[in-house]
Write a protein that binds this ligand. Sequence first.
Ligand SMILES: C[S@@+](CC[C@H](N)C(=O)[O-])C[C@H]1O[C@@H](n2cnc3c(N)ncnc32)[C@H](O)[C@@H]1O
Length: 88
Amino acid sequence: MTTIEPYTGTQLGKFYLGNCEELLNGDLGRSLEGQVQLVFTSPPFPLNKKKRYGNHKGEDYLKWFAELAPILSRLLKPDGSIVIELGV
Ligand SMILES: C[S@@+](CC[C@H](N)C(=O)[O-])C[C@H]1O[C@@H](n2cnc3c(N)ncnc32)[C@H](O)[C@@H]1O
């Protein structure tokens, strides 16, 4: 098991920096499975004019998002929630 070191943290929690799919499909995600009460996320939007960090568009975006959903939901406790900021 390769331990991913958090970028920073306090006694209240840890901050990991990286691609969420890679982090959550790996040991970190496995260690959190069924443990998370709230996933609060502000994912990239399917923008025509891309931001510096880039984003998928159209069908690619839907495919990326659809593949992200089970990764996030696997983390949740039975009464856990996912809150997603979807830019308007
Ligand atoms: C819509 S912005 C978040 C904006 C933020 N809520 C704010 O108010 O400043 C999306 C962020 O997701 C990051 N991002 C993009 N793809 C990612 C991925 N696969 N895993 C983790 N973060 C990602 C981008 O670098 C960007 O900072």
